[in-house]
Design a protein around this ligand. Structure first.
Ligand code: GLY
Length: 405
């Protein structure tokens, strides 16, 4: 009896010791992987500076904004009213944020200041992207009151597209739709939430909440994938149809749209504290994790029947990565480790030569292999400025989370 007791004690101590060694091996393995990925992220931000130094040396017209590549390989730069016009300044502001170097601030200011006219442009829902990535980051980093005025005026302009019968901001004025609302539009709410906190107006908060609720109700399917376009009757608010414009099919899950939705609801939870937005974001994230390919970079549409012989969309990965990093840091989120792990895998993949361009190539954009509008065969397998923007944002978020900046 006594000998058996000693035997059991010895075995138990042996097992505990093995387990402890294993735990510390795993622990240090995890730590090493994180340290390694922190270095990957730092290297990626160094490379971002190299590429955008080439970009600002070669592209000197401050009234046009690099967006992608033309078919002949030259840089496709767009006018202020293009929906992507604010991302270039946004990347430059993030580089200023990271380095604190005046040269980045000067460059960011140039491509921000030249956008001022858009604050009165009421022909698009995309003012949130256009103004908040440029002037929004600029105000956050410099406190320039002129930038604040542009954001407030831009929010006022954007709010004129809200229809209380529908409960949404109208997305597009083109096409045969009556009142089209696209899932991407969730992203424009970030500027309106900010404005509600930085002005005396309640209306920005109320209309953002209403837009987010209406979108949650009408854009999402039971599996938490999203339609791209929902068209409404502007008089009655009734849904006319649910279709796609940039995806494979009306019923499919267009990859970037799913990322916009995830980011939009994570951000809406941050800005409002409304539990239903967090629950919705978690459901979207879980749906997406169940659909991602093994290497974590989505194909351009999750339901494209030609997978795996179809283009990837690095922009969808970059947007999702940034949203997953934010979600993973919320203490109230179960399975947050899974979201962090997925985001880490995305960073590792995007930072590899498979997706990161060689110096001075790719029109001086960082990431290769995004898809703009596949049904129109426009911007397929190219760099896109918004892929770079959300990638750099993700890198900064990752370093912040790891106390590495
Ligand atoms: N908001 C347009 C796009 O994602 O292509």
């Amino acid at each position: 009896m006594r000998r058996t007791g000693i035997f059991i004690l010895t075995i138990t101590l042996f097992l505990v010791s093995c387990n402890t060694n294993q735990q510390s091996a795993n622990q240090s393995g995890t730590d090493n992987m994180e340290e390694d990925l922190v270095q990957v992220a730092k290297d990626a931000l160094e490379f971002a500076q190299v590429q955008y130094t080439h970009a600002t040396n070669e592209h000197t017209d401050v009234n046009t904004y690099p967006r992608s590549l033309n078919e002949d390989g030259s840089v496709r730069a767009v006018k202020p009213r293009d929906w992507t016009s604010g991302f270039y300044a946004g990347v430059l502001w993030y580089l200023y944020d990271y380095t604190g170097e005046e040269k980045w601030r000067e460059q960011a200011e140039k491509w921000t200041n030249s956008l001022e006219e858009i604050k009165n442009y009421d022909g698009t829902h995309d003012l949130g992207f256009m103004i908040f990535c440029s002037f929004g980051n600029g105000y956050r980093l410099t406190g320039n009151e002129l930038y604040k005025e542009v954001i407030l005026t831009g929010s006022e302009t954007l709010s004129t597209r809200f229809n209380p019968n529908v409960g949404c901001i109208k997305s597009w004025d083109h096409g045969d739709w009556k009142f089209p609302v696209i899932i991407d539009n969730m992203m424009n709410l970030e500027m309106l939430y900010w404005t509600s906190k930085n002005s005396d107006e309640d209306k920005f908060y109320n209309l953002s909440l209403t837009h987010a609720d209406t979108t949650m109700k009408n854009h999402y399917r039971p599996d938490y994938s999203s339609f791209h376009v929902v068209d409404y009757d502007p008089e009655t608010g009734e849904v006319i149809e649910k279709v796609t414009h940039q995806g494979y099919a009306d019923e499919s899950a267009w990859a970037r749209g799913q990322s916009w939705g995830l980011y939009g609801y994570v951000m809406s939870y941050r800005e409002t504290g409304e539990q239903r937005y967090l629950d919705h974001a978690i459901n979207i994230a879980d749906f997406l994790l169940s659909k991602l390919p093994q290497d974590y970079v989505p194909y351009w549409d999750y339901d494209e029947p030609g997978i795996p012989d179809v283009p990837r969309d690095a922009s969808a990965a970059a947007i999702m990565c940034s949203a997953l990093l934010e979600l993973s840091q919320l203490p109230e989120v179960p399975n947050s480790g899974e979201y962090m792990e997925a985001a880490e895998n995305m960073i590792r993949k995007l930072a590899s030569p498979e997706y990161t361009a060689a110096e001075g190539e790719n029109g001086n954009f960082i990431l290769m292999h995004s898809v703009g509008h596949k049904p129109k065969e426009s911007e397929v397998d190219v760099p896109l400025i918004y892929a770079d923007y959300y990638y750099v944002e993700s890198l900064l978020r990752y370093l912040e989370i790891n106390n590495a900046i």
